[in-house]
Design a protein around this ligand. Structure first.
Ligand code: HEC
Ligand code: HEC
Ligand code: HEC
Length: 444
């Protein structure tokens, strides 16, 4: 008993020693001239590839100044507001030394020793090299300082106890730069470095456990994010044409893959704000890496049959008996989306091939219909109109299963019926911006 007590006391003391970090002394803000232009430029590209500005710029209510923080992240535990990472000495990181910055990126510890929440993806940034972290520091320290205080988090007890984060890290943080895998080629290793570290693809594409950590048992298995679904990027990706290295590259470089679709919603800034700033060879490397994750080389042989089915019979839907939903689909969607040739027309995603129609949940389909796709999303300069003011929830519930139909033109089996039932539900996320008077099916 005594022994057990002593063990737990010493265990507790050990944990506290592990969890406690000293403050790192503040320094005088380093003058911008102390960094070379080349290093700042390298840091700019890296900061883009890690989407620092995406998460560190307020977007709700009034738009904040870039990197001045206060971006609201809704987590299952409450809202977390991001920090000001401009070099403001009082409210930003102006008095952070390079060592303090590196500790935050590697261990998720703030300069004053506070444990940070993993809403800040330090569990990925930890894999960056020292040089890359130093370059990002140089970029941030040469920005304009902005005085801005963030709002208070709404994370409730007991999750708001920051010391608990030490336990989280003990379980889920694999600290340190990513090790080179000698059994793989240099391009694969570069792709892994970017995807797992800086560009943290799995932060959105891997499901999370009850403690908010990515499930190690289900890498890239797809996950909900901000009322969208980040589809699986492994062999569970449901789209009928297998993602190949070439398709990945086109999607990640240009925002659209001809045999799949466009990068909309939360995937849009990944492509247009992040990867677009990176050298083409880096985007190739990520595509190369992903193509190994989804084993496309062994799955690709099924592609032609899968592709030709939907493309040759896109209009089979029209030969079925007349239904009002089909009229809606014909009027609202088919003019732009019906492809008659053997290959989809560039810029007009074939709905039969798109993730929005193949995922189990209609979330992405509803998002695309309601929001539309802006000219800065998906394919640049091309857009899809929003049907936000045209459709009621009831319209959507009728329309969505109709859209699924061309995806499976010939098979009316139980899977199709189950999917049709799922897609016929009301919109699965809150439509807070929707004008109330449209709820009853009124049209504008
Ligand atoms: C997915 C969103 C997200 C991304 C992407 C992101 N951050 Fe953050 N970051 C946060 C949040 C949220 C916090 C606050 C965490 C907390 O309060 O515990 C934070 C905190 C920080 C902190 C600690 C600041 C302090 O005062 O303690 C630093 C430094 C930081 N981020 C740097 C970066 C850099 C550099 C990048 C890009 C390479 C980046 N972040 C990308 C969400 C993000
Ligand atoms: C902020 C969350 C987020 C991050 C980070 C993210 N993705 Fe995505 N991704 C999404 C969402 C949401 C979609 C669905 C977009 C759509 O359907 O238009 C998506 C779609 C995709 C698709 C298309 C899948 C399909 O079947 O249609 C690919 C490929 C992809 N992402 C690759 C990546 C890669 C590679 C990275 C890292 C460089 C990455 N994603 C980072 C959220 C994210
Ligand atoms: C005026 C032409 C037009 C109409 C009408 C239209 N779309 Fe689109 N749609 C597009 C274009 C163009 C894109 C690709 C946009 C891009 O990549 O920037 C697109 C993309 C899509 C995507 C793929 C999104 C992704 O993330 O890959 C889906 C799904 C979609 N549309 C569904 C529909 C549905 C359902 C309707 C009817 C309610 C519809 N569209 C009506 C032009 C249209």
């Amino acid at each position: 008993m005594q022994q057990r007590l002593w063990e737990s006391v010493s265990g507790g003391v050990g944990f506290l020693a592990y969890a406690w970090y000293p403050a790192i002394a503040p320094v005088a803000p380093p003058p911008p001239s102390s960094f070379s232009a080349a290093q700042v430029e390298r840091g700019r590209v890296l900061a883009a590839g890690g989407y620092c500005a995406e998460c560190h710029t307020r977007t709700d209510g009034k738009r904040g100044v870039e990197l001045a923080g206060d971006y609201k992240m809704d987590t299952p535990f409450g809202a977390i507001f991001s920090s000001n990472i401009t070099p403001d000495p009082e409210t930003g990181i102006g008095r952070w030394s390079e060592a303090a910055f590196k500790r935050a990126m590697r261990k998720g510890i703030s300069r004053d020793g506070t444990q940070l929440f993993p809403a800040f993806p330090f569990d990925h940034f930890t894999h960056m090299t020292d040089q890359d972290i130093d370059d990002v520091y140089a970029f941030l320290m040469t920005r304009e300082p902005v005085h801005s205080v963030k709002r208070d988090n709404t994370v409730g007890f007991p999750f708001n106890i920051r010391l608990e984060q030490a336990g989280w890290k003990l379980l889920f943080l694999h600290e340190g730069p990513l090790k080179n895998d000698p059994s793989q080629d240099a391009e694969w290793n570069r792709g892994a470095y970017l995807a797992e570290g800086l560009s943290h693809c799995s932060a959105c594409h891997t499901p999370r456990n009850l403690m908010g950590a990515e499930k190690a048992s289900a890498p890239y298995d797809g996950a909900p994010v901000d009322n969208w679904i980040a589809p699986p990027l492994n062999e569970h990706n449901p789209t009928p044409v297998v993602w190949t290295e070439d398709e990945y590259f086109k999607y990640l470089r240009f925002g659209s893959a001809p045999l799949h679709g466009s990068a909309a919603g939360p995937m849009s800034p990944v492509v247009h704000g992040g990867l677009s700033e990176m050298p083409e060879s880096d985007v190739h490397a990520i595509a190369h890496y992903l193509a190994q994750i989804d084993h496309s080389a062994t799955r690709v042989s099924r592609t032609p049959r899968r592709l030709h089915g939907p493309c040759r019979h896109p209009c089979r839907i029209w030969s079925a008996r007349s239904e009002p939903e089909r009229e809606v689909y014909a009027g609202a969607c088919a003019a732009c989306h019906a492809n008659a040739g053997p290959q989809p027309v560039e810029g007009r995603p074939d709905l039969a091939l798109n993730n929005a129609l193949w995922l189990d949940e209609p979330t992405n389909l509803f998002q695309v219909i309601l929001r539309g796709i802006g000219t800065t999303e998906g394919i640049s300069t091309v857009s899809m109109p929003s049907f936000y003011h045209s459709f009621s929830d009831a319209d959507l519930a009728r329309l969505a299963p109709t859209c699924v139909r061309p995806a499976r033109p010939c098979r009316r089996g139980p899977i199709w019926r189950r999917r049709r039932a799922r897609f016929a539900r009301p919109c699965p996320f809150p439509l807070s911006r929707r004008p109330i008077e449209l709820k009853d099916g009124a049209r504008t």
